[in-house]
Design a protein around this ligand. Structure first.
Ligand SMILES: Cc1cc2nc3c(=O)[nH]c(=O)nc-3n(C[C@H](O)[C@H](O)[C@H](O)COP(=O)(O)O)c2cc1C
Length: 386
């Protein structure tokens, strides 16, 4: 499967084309909208999310809510475009009096991409670099998670840290069941005390014109052993999941299972003993590998963590250099989030759901959901016979 996204942050709409879905998956389009709504939330967001009310409009690939096996085209309107008609017109001539953005923000794509693409108005960069694009990815992930749900594979997440406030978090194995509780926390952290401290810290940094990052965890349950492959670097599922998470705006580190902590421990305290019980088959008494060994799922839940850097746009901006004159100045200020870790955790769920769905499609093949199910049944009975 593959997908592309298009769209500028204040352009008319975000678009995505998803290719390679099986036919006959009954899609709950309201559930796609619910995922978009989850991404819009979280304590620490800026004013933009008050304007938007993201809805997925399906333009192709569906008939009466059922996938046809043809490309799915999804459009999400940018309501804010109405306020940017002159600045973000897709055709016509740029008016002389239109103010350009010429003071690049440290930490954003502003300067690096303006140099690369020879752009004189940094708006040409920031409109696409913006994490508004992740709304399209959440729509794609929402479709992927419905395909996974047809095989009882579930995806969930929680926020583990915002700035220096950290929580041990809920047991990853319980996270799917705990999703309503996690979602009801304004910072998506089920530890009530830590959540309150996180919100207080966000308020403090907002008042100081500063920003915050943090850490979130994504968990996938119900994953059978055997997704991904050990045979080639670009088929290793841990590598693909890490790339997917790292591609999300502002993600600077990814851990699988024990991650960086494993480097400090001896092997006897890292690797998961192998056990076997009749009727249950092979299993592990611990899951420090995070459900992947050798690039292949081992039947335990997938556990991944991502580190998000602080938001680059600061209302008390850092020193920068004006790109027309090379004179020192202060970075441009765009309307911005102070902290978007809760929203990023939803994006994390989406990109992980997509990669796991791709791996499932590769394992099971088939052009229709029925064919996938037949292969699933055959594969599972092969697993239980071993
Ligand atoms: C959900 C989400 C919301 C974000 N909101 C903002 C924002 O409001 N302002 C901002 O400057 N950066 C925001 N970012 C981060 C930037 O998009 C990101 O730092 C930038 O594109 C540079 O990419 P890089 O950090 O991956 O190098 C957000 C990221 C995510 C995942």
């Amino acid at each position: 499967m593959r997908y592309l996204t298009a769209g500028e942050s204040h352009g008319p709409a975000l678009l995505t084309i998803v290719e390679g879905l099986p036919a006959n998956l009954q899609l709950d389009t309201a559930a796609v909208d619910r995922e978009l709504e989850r991404r819009q939330g979280g304590f620490g967001r800026g004013g933009r999310m008050k304007i938007e009310r993201d809805r997925a409009v399906f333009l192709s690939g569906l008939r009466f809510g059922r996938t046809l096996g043809s490309p799915l085209a999804i459009q999400i309107a940018n309501r804010d475009h109405d306020n940017w008609l002159a600045q973000m017109a897709t055709v016509g001539t740029q008016p002389e009096e239109l103010a350009r953005v010429t003071l690049p923000r440290p930490g954003h794509a502003d300067l690096a991409a303006a140099l690369k693409y020879n752009l004189k108005d940094i708006r040409d960069v920031l409109e696409r670099a913006s994490a508004r694009e992740t709304a399209a990815r959440v729509a794609v992930g929402a479709v992927a998670r419905q395909l996974l749900a047809a095989f009882n594979i579930r995806v969930a997440s929680q926020v583990l840290a915002i700035g220096e406030v950290a929580s041990v978090g809920a047991d990853p194995a319980d996270l799917v069941t705990l999703t309503p509780e996690v979602d009801s926390s304004p910072v998506r952290c089920p530890d009530i005390q830590a959540a309150a401290a996180m919100q207080a810290l966000i308020e403090e940094k907002r008042a100081a014109g500063d920003s915050l990052g943090g850490v979130f965890e994504v968990v996938v349950t119900g994953v059978p052993a055997g997704l991904g492959s050990h045979v080639h670097w670009d088929r290793k599922l841990d590598g693909r999941l890490a790339a997917a998470l790292m591609s999300v705006q502002a993600i600077k580190g990814v851990e699988v299972g024990g991650g960086f902590a494993c480097a400090r421990l001896p092997g006897s305290r890292v690797h998961d003993e192998i056990a076997y019980e009749d009727g249950r088959g092979y299993f592990r008494r611990s899951n420090r590998a995070g459900g992947i060994e050798g690039g292949v799922t081992n039947g335990e839940p997938l556990v991944l963590r991502a580190a998000m850097k602080p938001i680059p746009t600061l209302t008390v901006p850092l020193p920068s250099v004006e790109i027309d004159t090379h004179r020192p100045g202060r970075a441009a200020v765009e309307r911005s989030d102070v902290c978007a870790v809760p929203a990023a955790s939803i994006v994390g769920e989406a990109v992980v759901a997509w990669e796991v769905a791709c791996a499932l499609r590769e394992k099971l093949g088939g052009d229709s959901l029925e064919e996938m199910r037949e292969h699933w049944t055959a594969y599972n009975s092969m697993l239980t016979e071993r």
